[in-house]
Write a protein of this length. Structure first.
Length: 393
């Protein structure tokens, strides 16, 4: 499975982050072996864009996010942010550059200092970088806390363990915003939260992105979560990028067999919807000894000899749609996958509140009171068409 191709990189003055041939490897004790966490991937992110990075656990998503922050520095490759090459910076230069790019981690509670008051935790970056006097710092912190839905007075008196998981994630978001960054890397920010709380945090991120003009990289393993928050989605498998496409295109017409399998894995709560799933055998290969050719070939139901021999390069199969596969299956599973991905998003209320309070993943397909941009596919005139497509031969 490739990811070494660069056909999907855009030549635009609006590119905020450009990553080329990123490699992250970790030694395995004293054996001389290495874990190939990230193997030569390339991608870019435009200003104001949200890039979703999805894949199963262990595929290299978090390693990619940390490598962008140079935590630790990648084994090789180029990371250009705001026109500056990060991999060649001195430690003091990189430290300053991190004020413009922040990261939100998966476990909100453990990412916060347990000994300090929450207000001081959010204020600390301002103190370190000497941004404003004491009163100015507190005013900014209190404003951000209110913006993310945390009472400043309680934050001044309480420690992180006295807040719920969702509240701690809101605190982490406030801390990431306090230095006015241009980009935030969100590493599984809602996976540890209850479903109802996930919706609130996702909506908050969308609101903050619009208000502060942020660029987001949203890392997750749940494609249903990524769908509505992302403008563009990159699918990773075993350290490689196998597909990159606009969000609506990827969900409507996946071109890589692995992407199709991921979409089919989204649970469908409606027992009347029959979804035919593609069977894949075995476990993902070891990142210590990845297979030759396409890295998905040992599990791919469509693998041929060329897949086991030659690594496919990312190539264009549609407008903004790139796939690393010798036999892309664009359209073959599209209707079935679409039904699977959207059935769990069914409308649960006759009032508009279902879109924000009851539906974690954005307004459902065919919702008559939801904004048009949230529609999964404008080619489907009503929600029943997706269900019919799922049971069609």
């Amino acid at each position: 499975m490739a990811g070494t191709g660069k056909a999907h990189l855009r030549d635009s003055a609006d590119v905020l982050l450009r990553v080329e041939d990123l490699v992250v490897e970790f030694p395995v004790g004293h054996t001389g072996l290495k874990v190939h966490a990230v193997s030569g991937i390339s991608f870019d992110v435009l200003r104001g864009e949200t890039l979703g990075v999805v894949g199963e656990s262990g595929c290299g998503k978090s390693s990619t996010g940390k490598a962008l922050m140079q935590l630790p520095r990648p084994t090789s490759g180029s990371v250009s942010f705001e026109g500056r090459e990060l991999t060649s910076m001195r430690p003091d230069e990189m430290r300053a550059a991190r004020t413009r790019m922040q990261m939100i981690f998966q476990d909100p509670v453990s990412s916060l200092n347990p000994r300090r008051k929450v207000r001081d935790i959010v204020r600390e970056p301002l103190v370190i970088w000497k941004r404003g006097n004491g009163n100015e710092q507190l005013a900014k912190v209190d404003a951000l806390l209110e913006e993310v839905g945390i009472d400043p007075q309680r934050a001044a008196e309480s420690q992180a363990h006295q807040f719920s998981g969702g509240q701690c994630q809101r605190i982490s978001i406030a801390r990431s915003l306090v230095l006015d960054p241009s980009m935030i890397i969100c590493d599984e920010p809602v996976s540890a939260l209850d479903v109802s709380v996930q919706a609130q945090v996702l909506n908050l991120l969308e609101d903050l992105k619009a208000k502060h003009g942020l660029t987001l990289i949203f890392i997750a393993h749940d494609l249903a979560v990524v769908k509505n928050i992302s403008d563009r989605v990159a699918v990773m498998y075993l350290g490689k990028m196998c597909e990159v496409a606009p969000s609506d295109v990827l969900y409507r017409q996946p071109a890589h067999p692995y992407t199709s399998v991921l979409l089919e894995s989204i649970p469908v709560p409606d027992p009347t919807v029959v979804v035919t799933k593609t069977a894949i055998e075995g476990e993902p290969p070891s990142p210590v000894l990845p297979p030759a050719g396409c890295r998905f070939n040992p599990r791919c139901p469509s693998a041929e000899d060329v897949c086991r021999r030659d690594e496919p390069q990312l190539r264009q199969v549609g407008e903004g749609h790139f796939v690393a596969c010798h036999f892309p299956n664009a359209g073959r599973l599209g209707a079935n996958v679409l039904a699977s991905a959207t059935a769990r998003m069914g409308c649960v209320s006759s009032s508009p509140s279902c879109c924000s309070a009851m539906n974690t993943y954005g307004p459902p397909l065919g919702c008559t009171h939801c904004p048009e941009p949230w529609s999964v596919s404008n080619t489907l005139s009503n929600p029943s068409e997706a269900q019919n497509a799922a049971v069609a031969p």
